[in-house]
Design a protein around this ligand. Structure first.
Ligand SMILES: Nc1nc2c(ncn2[C@@H]2O[C@H](COP(=O)(O)OP(=O)(O)O)[C@@H](O)[C@H]2O)c(=O)[nH]1
Ligand SMILES: [Mg+2]
Length: 352
């Protein structure tokens, strides 16, 4: 899974990227790169516990890619997205909008004032407009070629939806229509997480900029944090961080809050595999069938799928070992269509 950070210049995107990923990308500048990319390991206490039991050679956490995209060209800083950004964003699974809610006179906002809800609205409009441009071009092509087919009708529906002021996210689509549109990578269709970047003075206040209320209306989830403080804490030696967070009232680590929100937003869960060579977590979407979950591991396992031996993590822990769990009848045999649950420990039987 991959999330792309977007937002106005100097909203704190790189600061938050560094705080969440523990990277050292240069704040306020970018050099010649198009993007900073980091891979987050998704913390999972279940894996730690399984590793104690299996003592495997390798423990592999689920991974989540986080991309900090270069700011717009300095001449067009009132736009949140540059052309280079757009190319990178087409293939992300989710967008993270860093919204500036901190005041800092030395660092002006490109629009001249701090107004988080305005920024959310304008960014949403920017995404919609970018999609509209793509749709209109395509429709024109189809008209020229005299192909007013089902695809044409579908794109026309998208166009009307955007013209009514809505994002494609809220357009009801049948599964085959979703597939038909997937190749376009429409930006206003991507799940969006709002990351409110507050100043120190807002720590401990509830929804100081009204972002949660705005987000409830648009169904975009919100995470509030204080980027500058998060970065300070992230730079401390690990053993000092928790005490500092407590003292400052910063709450749960930003990385964990971000990942939880992102998993929730994208409807993600993890299933686990455990053995002596490796204990590992795999990320899938809620509602994934066993045979497709197998495909996450290897296409051979998917193709040759026979059955899945499944035990819920909690059942395994209470039994204490796989041997005991089997004796107690806690390990189930499931077929291809079984819907995998979060925390299922699975052994796939397959034949190639
Ligand atoms: N006071 C304050 N300054 C911040 C905060 N987050 C970022 N900044 C400052 O704002 C400037 C731009 O930050 P940066 O992360 O490069 O923003 P980007 O352009 O969105 O990537 C830098 O000088 C940061 O130090 C914050 O939470 N509080
Ligand atoms: Mg930046």
């Amino acid at each position: 899974m991959k999330a792309g950070i977007i937002g106005y210049a100097r909203s704190g995107k790189t600061t938050i990227f560094n705080a969440i990923t523990g990277s050292h990308a240069e704040v306020g500048a970018f050099g010649s790169r198009d993007a900073n990319v980091a891979v987050l390991k998704v913390p999972d206490v279940r894996l730690d516990r399984l590793a104690e039991i299996y003592k495997p050679k390798k423990v592999t956490f689920a991974e989540f890619q986080f991309v900090d995209i270069a700011p717009s060209d300095t001449s067009v800083q009132d736009k949140a997205l540059s052309d280079a950004a757009l190319r990178l964003l087409r293939n992300v699974d989710a967008l993270v909008h860093v919204v500036r809610a901190f005041a800092n006179e030395n660092v002006p906002h490109p629009l001249g004032s701090i107004d988080p809800i305005r920024d959310c609205r304008l960014l949403e409009e920017e995404l919609q407009l970018l999609d509209l441009i793509v749709i209109e071009k395509r429709l024109e092509r189809l008209e020229k070629e005299n192909r007013k087919d089902a695809h044409y009708q579908l794109l026309s529906r998208c166009k009307e939806h955007i013209e009514s002021g809505a994002s494609l996210r809220s357009l009801a689509l049948a599964p085959h229509e979703e597939k038909e549109l997937a190749g376009y990578g429409f930006l206003s269709q991507k799940p969006l997480l709002v990351l409110g970047n507050y100043g120190e003075e807002s720590i401990g206040k509830t929804d100081p900029a009204g972002l949660a209320t705005y987000a409830a209306d648009t169904h975009n989830p919100v995470v509030d944090l204080c980027g500058a403080m998060e970065l300070e804490v992230a730079r401390l030696p690990e053993q000092e961080r928790a005490a500092f967070r407590n003292e400052l009232g910063l709450g749960e680590e930003s990385r964990i809050r971000f990942l939880q929100a992102a998993y929730e937003l994208l409807g993600l869960i993890s299933f686990l595999t455990a053995g002596e060579p490796e204990v590992r977590a795999w990320t899938i979407r809620k509602g994934t069938r066993a045979v497709d979950a197998a495909g996450e591991i290897h296409s051979d396992i998917q193709r040759g799928f026979i059955r899945a031996e499944v035990i819920a993590y909690d059942d395994f822990i209470s039994a204490g070992s796989m041997h005991k769990a089997k004796e107690l009848g806690l390990v189930r045999l499931e077929g291809k269509d079984y819907i995998v649950k979060d925390g299922d420990i699975i052994l796939f039987r397959f034949n190639v």
